[in-house]
Design a protein around this ligand. Structure first.
Ligand code: GLU
Length: 491
């Protein structure tokens, strides 16, 4: 059997990270089995579904690289097919036309509620109370329609809904890939509506028909749909269709253990892109959120596809941990290709204007500075000393380092640096140490004013590579700026 999985979001909002994780699990499971990963947009709720939400979901999936193997299927377009299946069930006797009106159903519920309240009355004899409760229970129980045996219409033009003839008696058992064996009583299921009075299909019918027609073999989704599985399976049975395997994954919780909500931080997948996380980091992080394989923390995409299985999914809800995501992101930023990382950092560098002649410096430094942040903006920020415009603004520490003595030493070093012919870290380091040796200075004594002049006091790595990345002209010019400033304005 060839594996087919699907992700079936409702386009009523953004792609939230719980959804992204569901999509990822389905994607990896399909890849693991050389199967197909499909996408279905469940836009049957015409009031809440929007094209903007569909676009946002597609954009989120695209960013995460979760590309479906076929164009997305739009559920609403298939309403005709859904109705056709309901008709077929009527022919098979597994569904029926129900002529009960909304009013009748409401009256039934109201009566049930009345009896339940009446049973609470004080001083009621026990047997009377028991009788009322039993009647209330009957009236409020999952609805089994009086039309379920297919009685004729009360009038030729009577309006009707099509309902599934719910399974009778005993237990219903689901062997869920994550939750294990789950049981409910068949009596908990109602004769649910498949087609409304206006002929439109219900969500429950649409899901099953689509999953069947798409050839879905495994349904991996949030455990908020666990009970739906018990309502959906009878539709497969009614049509004599193969029932897919189910795996209901616990929802993601916040760091405090409560269900994930806005106050835990961003819920939208694309918000993580805006915050500066790489898609591969997001994938690797989401993968470990509720799934494990030994104690390996970080998986490449190829590794993930190779080892992903349902048995590695946890039954306990996973907690979102932004520190961990930062670590994973930092790992993938270090691995990222220079060109790509440059392009990703560029917008941050250009936030306050074009980078101009700083570009070669940034390019030179990039391969050596990839580990200096947990997000793209944080990493971009660590290059600030290369972007700084001359004459550099000095912070307090830099001003302190540029004392008269410091400047005097700097002026001597400047001449030494000017004579360096091969502007490379090793040669530069060599020039600095020979200057220190000649003047009997420690590295600290020259390092501090030098660093102050080159960076203005901004954080920067080792000074010799910093000099190399700046280039000889810029480095000397930055030193000259400080020497000139100390002389006071030119006369
Ligand atoms: N459309 C449903 C949702 O967005 C998912 C249905 C399913 O996966 O079966 O929650």
């Amino acid at each position: 059997m060839s594996v087919v999985t699907r992700f079936a979001p409702s386009p009523t909002g953004m792609l939230h990270i719980g959804g992204a994780r569901t999509a990822l699990f389905n994607y990896l499971f399909a890849k693991h089995h050389n199967g197909k990963f499909l996408l279905r947009i469940e836009d049957t709720d015409r009031e809440r579904s929007t094209p903007e939400a569909t676009t946002a979901i597609l954009e989120g999936m695209d960013w995460l690289g979760l590309v479906p193997d076929e164009p997305p299927l739009m559920q609403f377009e298939r309403a005709g097919r859904h109705a056709e299946v309901a008709e077929e069930m009527i022919r098979r006797g597994t569904a029926f036309r129900c002529y009960a009106t909304q009013e009748e159903l409401q009256a039934r519920r109201d009566l049930g509620e009345e009896k339940r309240q009446a049973a609470k009355a004080e001083g009621l004899p026990d047997d009377e109370k028991a009788r009322l409760l039993a009647e209330a229970h009957e009236l409020l129980a999952p609805y089994r329609s009086p039309w379920r045996d297919g009685a004729a219409a009360p009038a030729p033009d009577a309006s009707f809904t099509v309902r599934l003839r719910a399974p009778e008696g005993g237990e219903r058992i689901l062997n869920d890939g994550v939750q294990g064996q789950v049981k409910i009583q068949a009596s908990e299921l109602d004769d649910m509506i498949l087609l409304r009075a206006d002929g439109t299909p219900t969500y429950m019918l649409a899901v099953v028909v689509d999953d069947h027609d798409m050839g879905v073999t495994h349904i991996i989704r949030g455990d908020d749909h666990l009970r739906n599985a018990f309502r959906q399976i009878p539709i497969y049975e009614a049509m004599g269709w193969q029932i897919p395997e189910f795996a209901h994954v616990p929802l993601i919780h916040g760091a405090d253990g409560a269900k994930l909500s806005k106050r835990h931080g961003a819920l939208s997948t694309l918000a993580y892109r805006e915050m500066g996380y790489l898609p591969e980091a997001m994938r690797a992080y989401l993968l470990r959120l509720g799934w494990s394989h030994g104690d390996q923390e970080i998986f490449t995409d190829a590794e993930a596809a190779q080892v992903f299985d349902i048995s590695g999914m946890n039954k306990a809800p996973a907690r979102l941990d932004l520190d961990k995501l930062g670590q994973v992101n930092s790992h993938f930023m270090r691995l990222a290709d220079d060109e790509r990382l440059f392009a990703l950092l560029k917008p941050y560098w250009e936030e306050s204007g074009p980078m101009g002649d700083a570009e070669p410096r940034l390019r030179a430094a990039l391969p050596h500075m990839k580990d200096r942040g947990t997000t793209l903006p944080e990493l971009a920020q660590s290059f600030a000393f290369l972007l700084a415009k001359r004459p550099l603004e000095l912070n307090k520490n830099a001003r302190k380092a540029l004392t008269e003595v410091g400047l005097d030493r700097l002026s001597g070093l400047r001449d030494e640096l000017r004579r360096v012919t091969q502007w490379r870290t090793d040669q530069i380091a060599e020039a600095i140490s020979s200057f220190c040796a000649a003047k009997d200075l420690s590295m600290g004594q020259i390092g501090q004013p030098l660093r102050a002049a080159l960076t203005g006091g901004l954080p920067a790595p080792d000074i010799a590579p910093v000099l190399e990345w700046l280039g000889q002209d810029e480095a000397l010019a930055r030193i000259d700026d400080q020497l000139a400033a100390a002389q006071g304005p030119a006369a």
